[in-house]
Design a protein around this ligand. Structure first.
Ligand code: BGC
Length: 733
């Protein structure tokens, strides 16, 4: 957590002890309960419960006057005057919406992620919110899962860096500072491994993989002082997270020494019975609290059952005191007790927010394809642009999932931004083509084809509306929904070059439109400033710089597919020709042999992790390691030259990968260990170095202990996970 000073800390501890000494059991249990707000009103029952000290936190109340009144009741009418935590899903912005987290991850820019969270926190505090239920730190390796939109992608290291940055943005240096709010690491843990990519489904993750892949972002957040954790909905290896003592008591508290508190997910305590893990609410409350859960969200089994569970000796009062002190600690750290009603009411200026949202959207967009350098379009050479597609002018859809408080009237759409160019003499022909991404008619095709036929270029805004991703919005088929592929085909049949701008909350399979397009941008849901950001890139005001934080498959059947796979005993051969139609001609499988691949898609994705094109060309050369033999405990450096070979200034995301060639448990073929966004002028060459400590090479072995193993390693530096500049080194005892 972010305590101000040691003095402050001991002062807080004393005040907590004082309060605990005066609290009744009912008041203590009240602190452990989070109640859903009533959207701008305060029902009598809620008013009475707060006044009786039976509520610790409210979720989903954003009306400032109502929040003030709730706090007033808590501070002035309850016996002990304990303030409320006001929680909200502030996920990727508040009023001003930044790219969905998956899009923010594509910026590979922790500074920007931090600044965006700080703006969201400022905007949220203006409504009295003091607790953001973010960042989400789950591993996103299954694009069927709707919540992949909320993740920072597939890689534990990238998620750790960006999750820590988001936490710092929300919490600031000191939670008591104006504009700071508590953050929440969720969903602890393993939620992303949900079977079949279907939300809330079972997860089975061997402990070794849990520790090496799923837990590191959470550990990083705990180390960075995040105030709270949220237990996941899912069943992890037979023990649902909300009742999982291994996760909460053992790993989080005993191993990581986390001193904040853990909240459940929505009714996930009472759902323990639905899982078949407990018989009823009473047993659910018992299991959850004894496993280390401190606060119950939405359901009321703690309020209803804990007193009698204590009376029966099933739960100790000490457990309750511990939970309550953790919760009170956060309230003190936030300065809520000293709040005079005006705590942290500070709003970012709208122009700062919009400028940052514009930059974030621009940096999040990934250029996947650019044949014959069709992009950037030049306003001088292009006389007319056809703007086509259901997402060209959809102010709400470009915001993406989880935008309760997002203001669609602030949205600047691509159509609006491109129309502004009309002033410069570029004609814009707009035709939606289909009403939504899910439409099945062809009624609008003729107009779209006509618009394309009279234009120099056709830009199609396709993908998925916001509602097709997010919680409980999973898809088994992750191709373009509705009639969009047919629309692309129809437009491409004109001889006008086609540029696709795909907006979506997940990686989509684009196989049936890939070859129809001359260029493709992957824009995720870019948020409020989607339009200006896309126009900047289309017309070359800035070079694209986003890189994929997640693998784009060729077919849904490849899922899960991610770069940090294990080698297997029979690794696939990346370039072997695969064609199921002529399978008989393969004879004895001469090309791919008996290796790990699919007959129809091979073993490689369509676009790999870290991939993304630019309007300039970057080259890598002369990779070096500061010493080829590194002793355990030492720091060393891996460096390479980066050259901008083109004629445009641009950003590149330089990436460092390593492979531990032999491990006591097998290791991934590559692991991201560092990255940096670097801006180079045309012709400029710069030496890029990454410092590593041998600890950075550590992993959990079969004994579940984390250590660096001696032996041979290989490192690569480059612009994506298939980086070719490699060098060997050895770690010695
Ligand atoms: C989600 C959480 C969210 C909570 C509160 C749940 O359904 O899983 O991520 O914070 O609702 O809205």
């Amino acid at each position: 957590m972010h305590p101000a000073t040691e003095q402050n800390e001991s002062d807080i501890d004393e005040r907590i002890a004082g309060l605990l000494g005066r609290m009744t059991l009912a008041e203590k249990i009240g602190q452990m309960s989070q109640i859903n707000g009533a959207a701008g009103s305060i029902p009598e029952q809620l008013r009475d419960a707060i006044a009786a000290g039976r509520v610790g936190s409210i979720i989903n109340e954003v009306d400032p006057a109502t929040v003030n009144e709730l706090q007033r009741i808590a501070l002035r009418e309850s016996r002990l005057g304990i303030p409320l935590l006001i929680g909200r899903d502030v996920i990727h912005g508040f009023n001003t919406i930044f790219p969905i987290p998956l899009g923010q991850a594509a910026t590979w820019n922790p500074g920007l992620v931090k600044d965006a969270a700080a703006i969201a926190a400022h905007e949220a505090t203006a409504c009295g919110i003091n607790w953001a239920l973010a960042p989400m730190l789950d591993i996103g390796r299954d694009p069927r899962w709707g919540r992949i939109a909320e993740t920072f992608g597939e890689d534990p290291y990238l998620i750790s860096v960006l999750g820590t940055a988001m936490t710092a943005g929300y919490q600031g240096d000191d939670l008591a500072q104006p504009g700071a709010i508590a953050a929440c690491a969720k969903h602890y843990a393993g939620y992303g491994a949900t079977e079949a990519g279907r939300d809330y489904n079972t997860t089975n993750i061997p402990e070794n993989e849990l520790r090496n892949v799923h837990l590191p972002p959470f550990e990083a957040a705990a180390n960075a002082g995040i105030a709270t954790f949220m237990a996941g909905f899912s069943d992890l290896n037979g023990i649902p997270c909300t009742g999982n003592g291994f996760l909460m008591n053992q790993v989080l508290r005993d191993e990581w020494a986390f001193d904040g508190f853990v909240v459940s997910d929505w009714e996930s305590v009472t759902q323990l019975a639905t899982h078949g893990f407990t018989a009823d609410d009473r047993e659910s409350a018992e299991r959850a609290v004894n496993a280390g859960l401190d606060m119950e969200m939405a359901s009321t089994s703690f309020i209803d059952q804990l007193e009698s569970l204590i009376a029966d000796g099933k739960v100790s009062e000490r457990t309750i005191d511990t939970a309550v002190s953790r919760i009170l600690h956060i309230k003190f750290a936030l300065g809520l007790f000293d709040d005079t009603g005006a705590h942290a009411r500070q709003q970012a200026t709208e122009s700062d927010a919009l400028a940052l949202a514009h930059q974030a959207a621009r940096e999040s967009i990934v250029l996947l394809k650019n044949d014959n350098g069709v992009l950037p379009l030049s306003a001088e050479n292009i006389r007319s642009v056809a703007v086509i597609g259901p997402l060209a002018d959809a102010p709400q859809e470009q915001l993406g999932t989880w935008v309760f408080d997002g203001d669609p009237t602030l949205s600047q759409t691509p159509l609006q931004a491109i129309q502004q160019l009309a002033d410069r003499g570029v004609e814009v022909h707009f035709a939606q083509g289909v009403a939504t991404t899910r439409s099945h008619t062809e009624d609008g095709f003729a107009a779209a084809v006509a618009a394309a036929a009279k234009a120099d270029v056709a830009v199609l805004f396709i993908g998925e509306e916001a509602i097709l991703s997010g919680e409980a919005h999973c898809r088994a088929d992750i191709t373009l929904p509705g009639n969009q592929a047919a629309l692309v085909n129809a437009v491409a049949a004109t001889s006008t070059p086609v540029v696709l701008v795909v907006m979506a909350g997940r990686p989509l399979v684009l196989e049936n439109v890939l070859n129809k397009a001359t260029a493709i941008f992957y824009a995720w849901h870019p948020g409020t400033m989607a339009g200006p950001a896309i126009a900047d890139l289309l017309f070359g005001n800035e070079s694209p710089s986003g890189k994929l934080p997640v693998t784009l498959p060729k077919a849904v059947g490849q899922v899960p597919i991610y770069y940090a796979q294990k080698n297997t005993g029979r690794p696939g051969i990346p370039d072997s020709p695969i064609n199921i139609d002529s399978i008989s001609e393969f004879g004895q499988f001469e090309s791919a042999g008996f290796t790990s691949f699919h007959l129809d898609t091979g073993c490689t994705p369509r676009f790999g992790f870290g991939y993304g094109l630019s309007y300039t060309r970057f080259s890598y050369s002369d990779i070096q390691v500061s010493t080829h033999t590194v002793a355990l405990g030492d720091t060393f450096e891996i460096s390479a030259d980066l050259t901008n070979e083109g004629d445009r200034e641009a950003d590149e995301i330089v990436q460092l990968y390593i492979r531990d060639l032999v491990g006591s448990v097998t290791r991934p073929v590559r692991e991201l260990k560092g990255f940096r966004r670097v801006r180079l002028s045309p012709g400029e060459r710069r030496r890029i170095s990454f410092q590593l400590h041998t600890d950075d090479l550590a992993f959990y072995g079969a004994d579940m202990q984390r250590r660096t193993e001696t032996g041979a390693f290989r490192a690569w530096i480059g612009g994506n996970s298939a980086a070719e500049q490699g060098i060997d080194f050895t770690v010695t005892a």
